[in-house]
Design a protein around this ligand. Structure first.
Ligand code: PLP
Length: 398
């Protein structure tokens, strides 16, 4: 018999399954709102001009393709730290930062999880209810028990903060708390600055291990404003983890550009932590690929390219906002009784619209509009060509 005879078919990834169904749909006016990708107003994934310029300059130099250090490019890792904490920050000054280039945000989460598993094998990992669908699987595959903490409150379309805080204060010391640093995926509901301060205090009081997932820096308000949570933890003196992703903010999805940053208590500790993190990386993929990180580092370290990138990032942010207000206004104009005004206040690419699974099915079957069965839509998949059609369809199904 084949050695694979007992292999069972794995369950389909719900979002990739949605994409397959969308691709197979022959209707010309179909719309895919299920994706987690930023599209421009022409419905295309943009290649940012700052990225293109940095790539052209890099290829012109025909750089050799030797191995990178295990932790990646130093200039890149410093640039990541500066985005997170601001240039000239006290943590770097104090030698409290360990950063390793990683294979996207996912890769950063995974090397962080593998490192944590060696550090505290018995800890429970808590993720928000709901969370990015890969959080649970990723920490489970690192060997952890994963539970949910209360987060989304469907009644208010906001955060059940009292429930979240009470839960944090009830967890065993050493528990790992995965937090969305901004632009919560899938709900679009973020904590206020004051609530973040309370989360930091709860983590300190209970001795929890915060793991901030920063996949959308710059997509809500701006680079510094979106780092409020990161900087509140930075000011606390606690040790914590951050995964960074540049998939969205640099539109570099397939290049797999991310980083893991670990905030230690001091320089000597950082040396030991980095040495162990390097073992995790070495035994997984040895060292990261060159191109994506080199491009991000080149853009961030050149004043002109950086200004251009910030402008393009602001353009993506503003377009998503315009789609939020546009959708709400268009639904109102179609006399939809249900109040959708909350969509304007949500942050990042996503919205929990409150559309039911039955309504989502109807959108797909009758209009070729694909959304996640939870009612999550990606606002960045709307554009001036499809937004009226989508508003018409939603008005008909609600
Ligand atoms: N974390 C969150 C919250 C995300 O939404 C995503 C991507 O959708 C990721 C991590 C993974 O990012 P990457 O594509 O860089 O691995």
């Amino acid at each position: 018999a084949s050695i694979f005879a007992a292999v069972e078919m794995a369950p389909r990834d719900p979002i990739l399954g949605l994409n397959e169904a969308y691709n197979a749909d022959t209707r010309s006016n179909k719309v895919n709102l299920g994706v987690g990708v930023y599209y421009n107003d022409n419905g295309k994934i943009p290649l940012l001009a700052a990225v293109k310029a940095a790539e052209e300059a890099r290829l012109k130099n025909a750089p050799p393709r030797g191995y990178q250090p295990i932790e990646g490019l130093g200039a890149y890792n410093t640039a990541v730290q500066n985005l997170l904490f601001g240039a000239g920050n006290a943590l770097a000054e104090a030698g409290r930062l360990v950063t390793a280039e990683a294979l996207g945000g996912t890769g950063a989460l995974k090397i962080g999880a593998d490192f944590l598993k060696r550090l505290s094998p018995e800890a429970t990992v808590y993720i928000s209810d709901p969370s990015w669908e890969n959080h649970r699987a990723l920490f489970e595959s690192a060997g952890f028990k994963v539970e949910n903490y209360p987060y989304y409150d469907a009644a208010t379309r906001g955060v059940n903060f009292a429930g979240m805080k009470a839960a944090l204060l009830s967890y065993a010391p050493g528990s790992i708390i995965v937090l969305h640093a901004c632009c919560h995926n899938p709900t679009g509901a973020d904590l206020s600055d004051a609530q973040w301060a309370e989360v930091v205090e709860a983590c300190r009081e209970r001795g929890l291990v915060p793991f901030l997932d920063m996949a959308y820096q710059g997509f809500a308000e701006g680079i510094d404003a979106d780092a409020v949570a990161v900087r509140a933890f930075a000011a606390s003196g606690l040790q914590f983890f951050i995964s960074s992703s540049f998939s969205k903010s640099f539109s570099l999805y397939g290049e797999r550009v991310g980083a893991l940053t670990i905030i230690t208590s001091g320089k000597e500790e950082s040396g030991r932590v980095l040495s162990q993190l390097k073992r995790v990386i070495r035994t997984n993929y040895s060292n990261p690929p060159i191109h994506g990180g080199a491009i991000v580092a080149a853009v961030l370290s050149d004043a002109g390219l950086r200004a251009q990138w910030e402008e393009e990032l602001a353009g993506m942010r503003d377009r998503i906002r315009a789609m939020r207000t546009g959708l709400v206004e268009k639904l109102k104009a179609r006399n939809v009784a249900q109040d959708f005004s909350f969509v304007v206040g949500q942050r990042g690419m996503f919205s929990y619209t409150g559309l039911t699974a039955a309504q989502v099915d109807k959108l797909k079957d009758e209009y070729g509009i694909y959304a996640v069965s939870t009612g999550r839509i990606c606002l960045a998949a709307l554009n001036n060509q499809n937004i009226d059609y989508v508003a018409d369809a939603i008005a008909k199904v609600v």
